[in-house]
Design a protein around this ligand. Sequence first.
Ligand SMILES: Nc1ncnc2c1ncn2[C@@H]1O[C@H](COP(=O)(O)OP(=O)(O)OP(=O)(O)O)[C@@H](O)[C@H]1O
Ligand SMILES: [Mg+2]
Length: 248
Amino acid sequence: MNEILKAEAITKTYGARGAKQYQALKGIYFSLQKGEFVGIMGASGSGKTTLLNILSTLDVPTSGKVVINQHDLSSLNKKQLADFRGREIGFIFQDFNLLENLTNRENIALPLALQNVKAAEINEKVNAIAKRLGIDSILTKYPAEISGGQKQRVAAARALVHNPAILFGDEPTGALDSTAATELLTTMEKLNQEDQVTILMVTHDPYSASYAQRILFIKDGKIGRELEKGQASRADFYQEIIGELGRN
Ligand SMILES: Nc1ncnc2c1ncn2[C@@H]1O[C@H](COP(=O)(O)OP(=O)(O)OP(=O)(O)O)[C@@H](O)[C@H]1O
Ligand SMILES: [Mg+2]
């Protein structure tokens, strides 16, 4: 077993002490093995984004422990954490988060440029991941000049160009039409199966979730049920997910 992420007793309370507080996470436990593609589902407000932001180092838990690639995140100082994020984490957001005044090539290159990688190596890596994601022909364009589906693939390329330990996605298909969503999901599936990219994806959409191998259902700030695809087809897993959502 090759554990890439471990979440232990994670809680998150929003609001300053004394002020009005809200406990969004009430004790989250799970782990991810290298090469897994796992989905997180749950009702709006159940804590999915809160959890993903904590796991991906964008936010800190109120209590509990996150270990990624054998690094206990709480033991890293601010500088080390930024460095760690730059090397080990890839993130795709629902609204792409591309920088509009940079070309698509420059957007994808950003994580490497921030690590002071040499220009020739940056070019080589950007070309390779762009080819993998089928966006090599739009690299000189700007984000405003491409479609939503293409934007999300540029964002995926940016998230993967530095070969991170984990790819996190918060509703990565949320702003895409069904064709573009399917394209992104099959690309993620391919990266997972062929390149062993570990993926943790939040979604409320059962169709998107059916591409994962395992689904964690979060409810009232805790992980309740869990579903495994196992040998089931994607279509059957989709039905299983619908059934599970219907139970609540
Ligand atoms: N910065 C914040 N301050 C106070 N409360 C917050 C903050 N962010 C989120 N919350 C609350 O924490 C709970 C969980 O929010 P979160 O964004 O994690 O939900 P979610 O599962 O991602 O929902 P959605 O499916 O709508 O994106 C919600 O009740 C929300 O109102
Ligand atoms: Mg959310």
